[in-house]
Design a protein around this ligand. Structure first.
Ligand code: ADP
Length: 303
């Protein structure tokens, strides 16, 4: 059993001929709504990969909440670990994409998933403590993340922290995390070390180890993933595929890693599985719909 504790937001994406300047209104050419949020994306990836995953997040009492519920119903994901805020809207992400340059501008309002309380956490305490691993990100209110991490560590549950989107965190929060999984930008933001190769990754990892993190994994996009378990440090190359949309690659990877670890794979095997899952996801458009099934992952890895 594993748990994902994190955000849910509805992605509202519009394509436009150019990004609007202040006070400008631009007529867009395309609109799409979909389930998003790092926590939810990672939970879906892990569930589709075959994990027994409890998805803990918080929704509003509004139609946007249905975007999460519909996906969970379709995928047969347990809804027992969802909370609701009667007064605050479900989180949203307004995403504008310039159809020529592909540059984007994004506003995220965490809404309900930024209002997780100590009382909420209390009611899922049992499931958290029964989990072998719990996966966190930095998109919900940080006091909730801190409370969950503390609870998990006290009960011997291994905490995996995907440090995205970057925000400063306390040393106490990092201390005792079993694994951190920044991408290269977040690794630099957290350690001050620009990660470009094995040697620089080792220097960044050393800083995480000094803060009491047990294992370090830095995702390097199409270059693959750096892993340091203290006694072994290597870069595992990514699979060569033709990427069409790398949004959510990190979420795919983290979800895949969690599902594989839950099956008892070690971190090296789990990273290979996660790389396969992520490589499949970047060949498809979108985030949650782009996450492959277990059959697809197994077939890809057997090639
Ligand atoms: P993020 O989306 O958080 O920035 P990365 O870009 O580092 O994360 O990607 C996470 C993982 O997804 C990588 O370690 C790799 O395994 C896989 N991945 C990302 N981009 C590609 C790509 N173009 N081809 C193959 N695999 C990729």
């Amino acid at each position: 059993k594993v748990t994902v504790f994190g955000s849910f937001v509805v992605d509202l994406m519009a394509r436009t001929p150019h990004l609007p300047a202040p006070a400008e209104t631009v007529k867009g050419s395309f609109f799409k709504q979909g389930a998003g949020g790092k926590g939810f994306n990672q939970g879906v990836a892990a569930h589709k990969a075959g994990g027994d995953v409890a998805m803990i997040t918080k929704l509003g009492r509004d139609s946007m909440a249905n975007v999460a519920l519909d996906v969970m119903t379709e995928l047969n994901m347990p809804k027992d670990f969802l909370f609701y805020n009667d007064d605050v809207a479900t989180g949203i992400a307004l995403i504008m994409v310039d159809e020529n340059s592909s540059q984007n501008e994004i506003v995220i309002v965490p809404g309900a998933c930024g209002t997780i309380t100590a009382e909420d956490i209390k009611s899922v305490e049992q499931r958290i403590c029964d989990s072998a691993y719990i996966l966190l990100q930095l998109e919900v209110n940080q006091d909730a993340n801190e409370a969950v991490a503390k609870l998990a560590k006290e009960h011997g549950v291994r905490v995996i922290l995907n440090t995205a989107p970057y925000q400063p965190v306390t040393d106490e929060f990092l201390k005792g995390c079993w694994l951190v999984t920044p991408n290269e930008v977040e690794a630099e933001e957290m350690t001050g070390v620009p990660v470009t190769d094995l040697e620089s990754a080792n220097r960044a990892a050393k800083i995480f180890f000094e803060k009491g993190v047990e294992n370090v994994l830095i995702t390097l996009g199409s270059r693959g993933v750096y892993i340091n378990t203290g006694d072994r440090a290597e870069i595992i190359p990514a699979f060569h595929v033709k990427a069409v949309d790398t949004t959510g690659a990190g979420d795919a990877f983290n979800g895949g890693l969690l599902a594989a670890l839950a099956e008892g794979k070690d971190i090296w095997e789990a990273a290979r599985f996660a790389s396969g899952l992520a490589a499949l996801s970047v060949q498809r458009i979108g985030t949650t719909p782009a996450m492959p099934t277990r059959e697809e992952i197994d077939a890809f890895l057997a090639e």
